[in-house]
Design a protein around this ligand. Structure first.
Ligand SMILES: *Cc1c(COP(=O)(O)O)cnc(C)c1O
Length: 393
C-alpha cells in the first residue's frame, strides 16, 4: 500500500479538486507549478535558510525523562512549540510565501478560525513586505482578540465574515470569493493539509521537515531513525502530516492520530471528525466530514480552537479508512489534565491542541522499550486564559 498522493491528487478514495469553474485557473496554475518550484535549488536554499535563521530549526527532539518514567516507556517530544510564533504553522506559511513570490503574486489572502494561521500568515507577509488580507468570522474576531491585535500589528487587514455562523467556514467562503475576483495577483495561503489538490500535498511537503529532522535526531540519540510510534493531534492534520511524512510507507512505525472528542464522542458536542464523519466534500476536497443526513456540515465543538474543524485532510481520511493510523479521541477534560501534567512533570506549557496528543498516555499502554515520539505542535501561551478558567487558577 502506498500512502502518498497519486498523480491525480488522491490519497486512495480521498482528495481531488472539487472547485467552482471560476477558481479553476488559480488552482490549476498552482498545480502545474508547485512541484517544479519546490525542486528548484534556489527555492530549497531560501526555504532552508529561513527555517534555520528565522524559525529556529531544527526544533529539538527532547527526551521527556519524567513523563517517560511515569508511563514506563521512552517518550520524545518534537518541540515545534519552540518555533518562531509558537507552533508548526510557520513552516507552511514560509513555504507558501516563497511559492507566491515565485508565481509572481503580490497579494496574500488567508482565512483563520482561532487566529493562529492568520498570525503565521501575517508574519511571513511582513517578512516579505507583501500585502496581507485575513478573513475571519465575526464571532471568532470577538473570541480571539489577542490574535486579531497581533495580525494588525504585523500589518495585516482583518476582514470580518458576517454571513452564516460567522465562524471559520464563513471566513473560508469569503476568502474563496476574494480569490475568484483576484485570480492574477493573489495567492491564497491555506493553513492545513486541506483544500483542493495540490494544497494538501504542498502543505504536507512543507511540514515534512518535521519527520526529516526526527529521523536524524533519533539516529543520534537511539541509533535508529525509526520510532515505534508517532503521535500527533489532528485538526485539519498538518502537524500530524509533517510528523508522519517520512514514515508513511514504513509500517514498522505505528501512527496515532488524536482527535478532539469535546464533551464525548457521542455527546453531539465533539470534533472527532474521522470517527463520526462520512464521506463528503468540504473546501474542495473529498474527505471525511461531520454532516447531517442530508449533507449539511455539522458545527464541531472542542475546547481547543485549533481542533474544532468539521473535516479532516484527505491524507488522514485515507490513513483512517485503511487502518494505517490508529485514531484515538480525547475529551476536553482528558486533554486539560494531560496538559497540566506536562507543565508539572517537564516544565512545558503546551497548546491545548497538543494536550490532546498527550492525553493518549492515559488511554493506551506502551512497552518499556517502545520509542514514542509526540509532535508537540505548539506552546500554551495563547491558551493561558482557557487554562485559568478551567483549573480556576
Ligand atoms: C492549528 C494548530 C493545530 C491543528 O492544526 P493541524 O493542521 O491539524 O496541525 C494543532 N496544534 C497547534 C498548536 C495549532 O496551532
Amino acid at each position: 500500500m502506498n500512502y502518498n498522493i497519486n498523480e491525480k491528487g488522491y490519497y486512495g478514495d480521498f482528495g481531488g479538486a472539487f472547485i467552482p469553474e471560476m477558481l479553476y485557473p488559480n488552482v490549476e496554475e498552482l498545480r502545474q507549478n508547485y512541484l517544479k518550484i519546490m525542486a528548484e535549488p534556489s527555492f530549497k536554499a531560501e526555504f532552508d535558510q529561513l527555517l534555520k535563521d528565522y524559525v529556529g530549526r531544527p526544533s529539538p527532539l527532547y527526551f521527556a525523562k519524567r513523563l517517560s518514567e511515569k508511563y514506563n516507556t521512552k517518550i520524545y517530544l518534537k518541540r515545534e512549540d519552540l518555533n518562531h510564533t509558537g507552533a508548526h504553522k510557520i513552516n507552511n506559511t514560509i513555504g507558501q510565501i516563497l511559492m507566491a513570490k515565485r508565481l509572481g503574486k503580490n497579494r496574500i489572502i488567508a482565512e483563520t478560525g482561532a487566529g493562529q494561521h492568520g498570525v503565521a500568515t501575517a508574519t511571513v507577509c511582513a517578512l516579505m513586505g507583501i500585502e496581507c488580507i485575513v478573513y475571519m468570522g465575526e464571532i471568532d474576531i470577538a473570541r480571539q482578540a489577542p490574535n486579531v491585535a497581533r495580525m494588525k500589528m504585523l500589518g495585516a487587514t482583518v476582514i470580518p465574515a458576517t454571513s452564516g455562523s460567522k465562524t471559520l467556514k464563513d471566513a473560508t467562503n469569503e476568502a474563496i470569493r476574494d480569490w475568484i475576483n483576484n485570480p492574477v495577483d493573489t495567492h491564497y495561503i491555506i493553513g492545513s493539509v486541506v483544500g483542493p489538490h495540490p494544497y494538501p500535498d504542498m502543505v504536507a511537503k512543507f511540514q515534512a521537515v518535521v519527520s526529516e529532522e526526527i529521523k536524524f535526531q533519533l539516529k543520534d540519540k537511539e541509533d535508529t531513525e525509526n520510532p515505534d510510534y508517532v503521535i500527533a493531534c489532528v485538526g485539519g492534520g498538518s502537524n500530524a502530516a509533517g510528523a508522519y511524512y517520512h514514515y508513511l510507507n514504513n509500517e514498522n512505525v505505528k501512527l496515532i492520530a488524536v482527535e478532539a472528542a469535546g464533551l464525548g464522542v457521542d455527546s453531539g458536542e465533539s470534533a472527532a471528525t474521522s470517527v463520526l464523519g462520512k464521506e463528503g466534500i468540504i473546501h474542495g476536497s473529498k474527505t471525511l466530514l461531520m454532516q447531517t443526513n442530508d449533507g449539511q456540515i455539522t458545527e464541531p465543538y472542542s475546547i481547543s480552537a485549533g481542533l474544532d474543524y468539521p473535516g479532516v485532510g484527505p491524507m488522514h481520511a485515507h490513513l483512517y479508512k485503511t487502518g494505517r493510523a490508529e485514531f484515538i479521541s480525547i475529551t476536553d477534560d482528558q486533554a486539560m489534565q494531560a496538559g497540566l501534567e506536562l507543565c508539572k512533570l517537564e516544565g512545558i506549557i503546551p497548546a491545548i491542541e497538543t494536550s490532546h496528543a498527550l492525553g493518549v498516555f492515559e488511554q493506551k499502554t506502551f512497552k518499556p522499550n517502545d520509542i514514542v515520539v509526540v509532535s508537540l505542535s505548539g506552546r500554551g501561551d495563547k491558551d493561558l486564559q482557557n487554562y485559568i478558567d478551567y483549573f480556576k487558577i
